[in-house]
Ligand binder design. Structure first.
Ligand code: C5P
Length: 219
């Protein structure tokens, strides 16, 4: 139905973004990339010379940036203070700094508010780490995606050749998973009622079909 909320959580590089955009496009739903919001916050901190490992300094400035998420699955732009930051938030610098910034409770509280405003109308596929557990536990469909770390690293390299070799990509993904799973506030976890899909040996189309099937069954 058009009011459905689909919550998709999982580890870094498990295929959440491609899956969610594909599902939203197939079903005519909106799409929200909450990871991009945490990346936008991180980009703002780096641009303003804030030490991303100083939680108090991050907390003190996290109310400042105006972060606006586009929800069109074919063009999910994100703007920070009016400027398109869609490419900037994917940089290696932001990727390395985003997990520490995301541990700060004030950051999570601020973005939670933005997320709930956008999800409120329903008809949306939302990806992140804590959507089914904290942001929108009442979601009609909850999915947890995972994949073998080596497979995740290979996919990342195939997508972004500039990220270097598979071994360092895998180390980066594992480090983000470690911080994201271990933090005190809203850690990455499999939400109650989530359907676990291991994408290691599945194609993107197969994963999209599985999730579309869950949404159709729920409606
Ligand atoms: O999904 P993506 O890899 O772009 O997310 C970047 C980072 O943002 C994650 O590694 C995590 O630290 C943080 N994040 C989060 N909660 C979410 C989504 C992302 O903490 N709901």
């Amino acid at each position: 139905p058009e009011s459905v909320v689909v919550a998709v959580d999982g580890t870094s590089g498990s295929g959440k973004s491609s899956t969610c955009r594909g599902v939203a496009a197939r079903l005519g739903l909106r799409y929200l990339d909450t990871g991009a919001q945490f990346r936008a916050m991180t980009w703002f901190m780096l641009e303003h010379g804030v030490d991303v490992h100083d939680a108090a300094a991050v907390a003190a400035r996290c109310a400042e940036p105006a972060i606006v998420s586009g929800t069109d699955p074919s063009d999910p732009t994100i703007t920070v203070d009016g400027a398109d930051a869609s490419a900037a938030v994917r940089s290696a610098e932001v990727t390395a700094a985003v997990s520490p910034v995301s541990t700060v409770p004030e950051v999570r509280k601020r973005l939670l508010q933005l997320q709930r405003e956008l999800i409120g109308g329903g008809g949306i596929v939302v990806e992140g780490r804590d959507i089914g557990s904290v942001v929108w536990p009442q979601a009609e469909v909850k999915v947890y995606l995972s994949a073998d770390p080596a497979a995740r690293a290979r996919r990342r390299i195939a997508e972004h050749a500039h990220l270097g070799d598979a071994a360092s990509a895998e180390a980066g993904l594992r480090e983000r998973d470690r911080i994201d799973s271990g933090r005190a506030t809203a850690p990455l976890t499999m939400a109650d009622g989530a359907v676990h899909i291991d994408t290691t040996d599945l194609t993107l189309d197969e994963v999209i079909d599985l999730v579309v099937g869950l949404v159709e069954k729920a409606g």
